[in-house]
Design a protein around this ligand. Structure first.
Ligand code: C5P
Ligand code: C5P
Ligand code: ZN
Length: 528
């Protein structure tokens, strides 16, 4: 049998066999949506293969974090969604006999090699747009099922259910890829597409061509349209009055009926789902706006056509109008009207946990906790949304500083270092913030990490976090922010890496101006 990504199959099997040999495994992962889904996939695969493990999360896999890992009793460490970029540090510990690393990652590898290294970039697959950390972990999970079957049932007789071969985990791989914005041009591509095919086949994901706006499951219709600013439609984006007038003109009943009663079974399903999402019952939300996910196909068509017509009449260019429509990835098993049903909303919910030191909450949700963990995640999500919105307002109001080849801002302690990159990416395209230059964001490093060692706090305070974001169009012209962040940060005594379109670094406080100068030169070289 071949796995979902043939190019990676041999390496995945080697990694899987190594894990099966281990008495127990330390699983280390990154604190974002992709890292959480990576850990959720890997931990379920390990559990199903009967391999004992423990999970830890790191904001960043720096030298101190790797040292702490090396100091544990574990002889085998599975790194997911990071590890490749830190291979130089990791291989020192490997050589010293501290542990054997197994890595399922998609970041630009550092200049070192190791045997059990599963990374799409080593096999000619783009790690920024074709496979995420969760995707690499999924490939490994499929191989683990294959290998542990070999071990447990040597004479064939493999079970054929999606669960037995780990194909059910493909839904989480898609949430991870979407969380890393690998669908940013409207849909998933390449190796990701093959995972989507397996997910559809396993019955865990449904795809459809749909409106490409965030919040189709949980936002009431007017909010869906008002808050969507990726493609700005004059009179709609950011305008509550404009949206209400627009919706009122449509020949549709877009509010819930006042009698509150759902007719057919489909209606009952829908209101139950929406109820789960909002905490309100069927009857009490009569008169409230419906959500996109509750509309029938014809109703969606009517709203979408009207929206496109409005965009055209207000002079939105055709290329941007195309971006209003994309492929939606829906998790079939999750209730309609909940964050978990939409891959994009699910990934935001996860970022709201792990980027606030509550990876445990996000992981529990990924593993199926629909009680307390989901409730906590929703509370964290409200806070995360508020922080994003305040952050974007701050950057837009204060503006960015333009140099020839880039634009930058310093948020100091006003935006959390763990979300400053998301804010920078979302602010691009706002008034005064260009989409034709990369954006570099600085934020003070926080030392509120409960895991950080006391003696490392002083050094953390002397460091600044950098996040860099570009666009696919800039990448096509030669931009590689991973190389830029790595070189520029090392030139000023820091370190960094990531992907061509999105990368990050840590630099010493006070060296920001030198760093910007370096970045400006490097970007100039890449784009000329
Ligand atoms: O560490 P990791 O690979 O999981 O993070 C990738 C980061 O790159 C995410 O924060 C994601 O939002 C960002 N990204 C982006 N634009 C893209 C692709 C990725 O901002 N087109
Ligand atoms: O933190 P941020 O979201 O800006 O990170 C963007 C990308 O750069 C992520 O893929 C992250 O893993 C990577 N990164 C890195 N080294 C750093 C900081 C970020 O490889 N020091
Ligand atoms: Zn990732």
């Amino acid at each position: 049998m071949t796995g979902p990504v043939p190019e990676l199959e041999d390496r995945a099997l080697e990694c899987a066999r190594k894990l099966c040999e281990a008495e127990r495994v330390l699983l280390a992962s990154h604190i974002d949506a992709d890292g959480l889904t990576s850990a959720a996939i890997a931990s379920q695969a390990l559990e199903r293969a009967g391999i004992p493990f423990e999970t830890v999360f790191e904001k960043q896999l720096d030298a101190a974090a790797i040292e702490a890992i090396a100091a544990t009793e574990y002889d085998t460490v599975l790194f997911t969604d990071f590890g490749s970029g830190q291979l130089d540090e990791i291989s020192v510990h490997e050589a010293g006999g501290a542990f054997t690393p197994v890595i399922a990652d998609h970041h630009q590898p550092a200049d070192a090699e190791t045997a059990y290294h599963l990374n799409p970039l080593l096999f000619g697959i783009n790690g920024a747009s074709e496979l995420s950390g969760a995707g690499a972990s999924y490939v490994l999970a499929r191989a683990l099922a294959e290998v542990s079957d070999e071990t447990v049932i040597p004479d064939g007789g493999r079970a054929t259910t999606a669960r037995a071969d780990n194909r059910d985990l493909a839904a989480l791989a898609i949430v991870g890829a979407v969380g890393d914005m690998q669908d940013s041009d409207g849909e998933l591509h390449g190796a990701n597409e093959r995972i989507v095919a397996e997910a559809v086949d396993a019955g865990v994901i449904e795809t459809s061509t749909d409106l490409a706006l965030y919040g189709k499951q949980t936002r009431p219709l007017p909010k869906l349209l008002e808050y969507a600013t990726d493609v700005r439609i004059p009179g709609i984006s950011g305008s509550e009055r404009g949206v209400l007038a627009f919706l009122d003109e449509l020949p549709l009943e877009l509010r819930r009926p006042a009698d509150g009663g759902g007719g057919g079974s489909e209606g009952d399903d829908t209101s139950a789902g929406a109820g789960a999402g909002t905490g309100t019952g069927t009857g009490s939300n009569a008169g409230e706006w419906r959500r996109w996910a509750e509309l029938t196909a014809e109703e969606k068509q009517t709203v979408a056509s009207a929206l496109v017509k409005r965009a055209v009449s207000r002079g939105v260019p055709a290329g941007k109008i195309d971006r209003l429509v994309g492929t939606a990835y829906v998790l079939s098993d999750e209730p309609v009207g909940t964050e978990l049903r939409d891959a994009s909303e699910f990934s935001t919910l996860l970022n709201a946990t792990a980027r606030y030191e509550r990876a445990d909450v996000g992981l529990a949700v990924c593993l199926g906790d629909r009680g307390e963990a989901l409730e906590q995640a929703r509370t964290l999500l409200r806070n995360h949304r508020r922080n994003l919105s305040n952050g974007i307002d701050l950057v837009t109001e204060e503006g960015v500083t333009h140099t020839d080849n880039l634009q930058w801002f310093h948020a100091e302690d006003r935006i959390r270092e763990t979300i400053v990159g998301i804010v920078a990416g979302m602010a691009m395209g706002n008034e005064g913030i260009s989409r034709s230059k990369p954006i570099i964001a600085f934020a003070d490093k926080s030392d509120d990490d409960p895991d950080s060692e006391p003696d490392s706090e002083a050094s953390q305070n002397n460091e600044v976090k950098v996040s860099a974001r570009g666009t696919h169009s800039l990448v096509r012209k030669g931009l590689d922010l991973s190389a830029v962040m790595g070189q520029a940060s090392r030139a000023v005594g820091g370190d960094g890496g990531g992907h061509d379109v999105a990368a990050g670094a840590t630099v010493p406080k006070g060296r920001e101006a030198d760093f910007i100068e370096q970045v400006d030169e490097l970007v100039d070289e890449q784009l000329s």
